[in-house]
Design a protein around this ligand. Sequence first.
Ligand code: ATP
Length: 313
Amino acid sequence: MLLQIEQVTSWYGKNEALKQVSLSISKGSCYGLVGPNGAGKSTLLKILASIILDYQGKIQIANQPNGSQKDQIGYVPQEICLEQNLSAISNLYFFGRLYGLRGKELRKRAAEVLEEIGLSERGKDKVMKYSGGMKRRLNIGCALMHGPKLIIMDEPTVGIDPQSRSYIFQMIARLKKKGCTIIYATHYMEEIEKLCDGVAFIDQGKIIEHGAVNELLQKHAIPSVFVKGNQALPEELDRFGKVTNHHGGYLITTNTPIPVMEAVLHRYQDEPEELIQLEIVRPRLEDVFFSLTGNELRDDKKALQEQAMGGKW
Ligand SMILES: Nc1ncnc2c1ncn2[C@@H]1O[C@H](COP(=O)(O)OP(=O)(O)OP(=O)(O)O)[C@@H](O)[C@H]1O
């Protein structure tokens, strides 16, 4: 394990923002932290990054005594934290100096990071001329200057275009390949499915479930078979699972999709042209969250997506 979080509890005044949070995160993994607004994600990440120092519990990075983790961690805050009047290179120099880099070493590292975030050609431009996506990438770059082994990203894809999102995903894959560990907080389940090996669901300051993404899908969510056609459904399908109307067809929620599909194919064998669609619908992490909490991840999902994408998701 690279990181052990044990029984971490934290307050803002009387508001208990984190309640006995415990997690183990292995080296070289990308670990997702998902939860609705106000769940406690940012608070946990700020504690890990030593921005919030007042908490109860224990945080241990492998081979580091408790409390000396700062240099091992790169923190990408939710808000863009850049000096708009300076160039990308100057911003990188600033963060590099904070971590003790100087002279040749500082310049070399800034050039490497610019390359890594795909901004080498624009390094001398002022940040104010950058698009939202470029600023996000530079925001990440600043956290990479000191070569941390644990990188904490707090919703790094909010407000960016699809190309920059995809670029950030590729960066994360490269960082993982180099052996870095990433903790990635987001509202977007599809990002977790794409990027993460493990995930923790957090709600009202508590971890409500955690584990490998595939295991959680298997444990909590049931696949379905979608059938659309001009024949009535075979009656025996009722015994395989719940049948609901869905998009002009039927959805049979079942742990045994193959016999369901066989029964449907049997029904249509003499008139196959009458069968319009037959497919297994795999469960999504969104379904797992819903089955655990009874809530959608976000009531304001659409609003935030629209804000993020300027209407285009
Ligand atoms: N600076 C603060 N002062 C007082 N309360 C705060 C502060 N920051 C967060 N909180 C409260 O702590 C709880 C956890 O907030 P936190 O920002 O960690 O959640 P989050 O999951 O990151 O939410 P979001 O997705 O909206 O960023 C919420 O009830 C929030 O209102």
